[in-house]
Design a protein around this ligand. Structure first.
Ligand code: FMN
Length: 195
């Protein structure tokens, strides 16, 4: 038997991302869990932002944003950025998070986040009262001590990144468990049996 829960907003695990918009002088941080890769070529990602806050309009005005993946180590700061508004507080000074210049966009990236993704805003649409913002990825930064070979993105050490995972329906933060298999390989034997 399965429990029928109706149309729920259940999807997990979700990352906890800190999205920054603005410039080195003035910028805001919003905590976002509704974020996903959209296309590979060009590489794009999509961010869903409610219309009540300050950030969606700021991103639309500035035309770029950075996505900074939060680690468990900065859980408190990440949560703070999700319960306060840039309209009332400078979240960089309040949290002590460090902004550093991006390579290709105006919005800065966050030093304390192990992975930083620079995006140019390429598309926007409204779904209900939510902004769907599509960003083309122009640059990616990873802490050097968390990647085994700086030329190979597949050598990022996910355990040392220690991503902060969000379980949105329960409003809980989780940490990563363990590797359980190799994707695009583990199903191969079953595929052969069915070929
Ligand atoms: C863990 C977490 C995840 C969140 N995910 C989203 C999200 O995906 N989209 C969104 O619009 N708001 C999300 N929020 C809420 C915003 O971060 C919050 O409304 C914030 O105060 C808006 O800031 P701003 O007014 O400076 O833009 C999340 C909050 C938390 C704590």
């Amino acid at each position: 038997m399965k429990s029928k829960l109706g149309p729920q907003r259940i999807m997990f695990p979700l990352p906890t991302a800190l999205v920054v918009a603005g410039n080195m002088e003035r910028s805001n941080i919003i905590t976002i869990a509704w974020i996903n890769m959209l296309t590979g070529l060009p590489p794009t990602l999509g961010v869903s932002i409610g219309s009540k806050g300050y950030s969606a309009e700021l991103i639309k005005k500035n035309k770029d944003f950075s996505v900074n993946l939060a680690s468990v180590e900065i859980m408190r700061e990440a949560d703070f950025c999700g319960i306060t508004s840039g309209e009332e507080v400078d979240k960089f000074s309040a949290t002590g998070l460090t902004k550093i210049p991006s390579d290709k966009i105006h919005s800065p990236i966050i030093q304390e986040c192990p992975v930083n993704i620079e995006c140019k805003l390429v598309e926007t649409r409204m779904t209900g009262r939510t902004h769907q913002l599509v960003g083309e990825i122009l640059q990616t930064h990873v802490d050097e001590d968390k990647i085994r070979d700086t030329k190979r993105p597949d050598s990022i050490d996910i355990l040392s990144i220690n991503p902060l995972i969000y379980y949105s329906r329960a409003r809980e933060y989780w940490a990563l468990g363990r590797k359980v298999g190799d994707a695009y390989k583990i199903g191969y034997e079953l595929k052969q049996r069915n070929d």
